[in-house]
Design a binder for this molecule. Structure first.
Ligand code: NAD
Length: 404
């Protein structure tokens, strides 16, 4: 069906997405990668779990267009129907596959619940059939509000809350740009447990164990998951909140996986990434105001990066360096949040944080940049896209439309 598509924002998400705008997002990221040096010793067969938006999409693009890797992407996205556009991730995946195929690169996708046994089995069957194993990188980049446990059938919903005491602070309405005060009540113990069940490391372990059991991993294969630590400012709602508990569990999972991968000389890493505008981060209270200030400072200092710049640096300067070493901090974590947490950056952000109010928000923050990035996540307000033209909302993802 052909129609004009406009953004429809509800709370912190946009319920429509623009196919041409989303395709442009993907093409811009591909261009960034192809304009940089190839990742000479990069991976060759890469599975990305959470491959359609944010950090996972950028990871897939760097693997394919930076290292010429074959990629399988897993995601949970909505196709278009009579009433609705597809989700942004659907359009991204379609544009990615088309571009990869045009560049002569193998790229297939699986759309479904990565937490389920059925999707794990589908991925295993596809890898056996097409690659015969030999996966050398598994990227785990899921951000989900809920998970149904594959063994017990119990459904968990994550909560983004502080632990132990209520948390009050300023935040920003991501559409109007007005500052608001929020007070978030602390999580009850069940909410902490549930958030760990959704965003912790159990499912990552299940994926890697399933692959080890089927001997699908290459010698010296690597797996990596992403976390965020951030500044003291966001500690109560992030690092010391429910999501922080889940991320500690993810870090613990990386240690377990490191042992499991020992017999094949493999490695499990956690990369601490920068705070960026994604669908997942827009939902965390206070974080959008922090990001608006952070962008202002990092752009002024010419340190600003988006997902694609971060992921390119992860591959080129951390995972696949010429010297074969993977630099980590004292806790064994890869740090590509290094520029965000620089003392001068954090000092400047906290000075602005104490001053920012409803009158000066437009000048002290890069809220305009934040909102632009937010619309861009869904393919809107992108230069070069003609939004007065009608769009075909049904866009096929090539590998999902042919018999496997
Ligand atoms: P995102 O919302 O942009 O992407 C989430 C991806 O997960 C999408 O591809 C989506 O389709 C997929 N997904 C969600 N539920 C799924 C399911 N049940 N089955 C299959 N696929 C599913 O998220 P993001 O911000 O890129 O976050 C990815 C990771 O990076 C998370 O671990 C997050 O904590 C971490 N991280 C994010 C930031 C940030 O500022 N955005 C910073 C540091 C680390």
């Amino acid at each position: 069906m052909n129609r004009l598509i406009e953004p429809k924002v509800r709370g912190c998400i946009c319920t429509t997405a623009h196919p041409a705008g989303c395709a442009q997002n993907v093409h811009e990221q591909i261009k960034y990668v192809t304009n940089h040096a190839p990742i000479a010793s990069g991976p060759k067969k890469v599975l990305v779990i959470g491959a359609s938006t944010g950090y996972g999409l950028a990871s897939r693009i760097v693997a394919a267009f930076g290292a010429r890797a074959q990629t399988i992407g897993i995601f949970f996205e909505r196709a278009a129907n009579d009433k609705r556009t597809a989700s942004a991730g659907w359009y991204h995946a379609a544009a990615f596959e088309q571009a990869a195929h045009q560049a002569g690169l193998y790229a297939k996708s699986i759309n479904g619940d990565a937490f389920s046994d059925a999707i794990k089995q589908e991925a295993i069957a596809l890898i056996k059939q097409d690659w015969g194993g030999a996966v050398d990188l598994v990227i785990y980049s899921l951000a989900s509000p809920r998970r149904t446990h594959p063994r017990t059938g119990i459904s968990f919903t994550s909560a983004l809350k502080p632990i132990g005491a209520p948390y009050s602070n300023k935040t920003i309405d991501i559409i109007s740009g007005h500052l608001l005060n929020v007070c978030i009540e602390p999580a009850i113990p069940k909410e902490v447990v549930d958030t760990v069940a959704v965003m912790g490391g159990e499912d990552w372990i299940m994926w890697i164990e399933a692959f080890l059991k089927e001997s699908l991993l290459a010698k010296a294969a690597q797996t990596i998951a992403y976390t965020y630590l951030g500044p003291k400012l966001t500690d109560p709602i992030y690092s010391k909140g429910t999501i922080g508990e889940a991320k500690k569990d993810l870090v613990a999972a990386s240690k377990i996986l490191q042992q499991r991968l020992f017999p094949i000389n493999g490695s499990a890493f956690i990369s601490v990434n920068k705070a960026l505008v994604t669908q997942a981060s827009a939902a965390i209270p206070v974080v959008p105001l922090y990001i608006s200030l952070l962008y202002k400072i990092m752009k002024a200092k010419k340190l600003h990066e988006g997902c694609i710049e971060q992921m390119y640096r992860l591959y080129a300067d951390r995972l696949y360096r010429q010297d074969g070493k993977v630099p980590v901090d004292a806790q064994g974590l890869i740090r590509i949040d290094d520029w965000e947490i620089r003392e001068d950056v954090q000092q400047a952000v906290s000075e602005l944080w104490s001053k920012v109010d409803d009158k000066n928000v437009a000048t002290l923050t890069d809220f305009v940049g934040y909102r632009h990035e937010f619309y861009k996540l869904f393919g809107f307000k992108i230069e070069g896209v003609d939004y007065t033209q009608t769009q075909m909302v049904e866009v096929p993802i090539p590998s999902l439309n042919v018999p496997k």
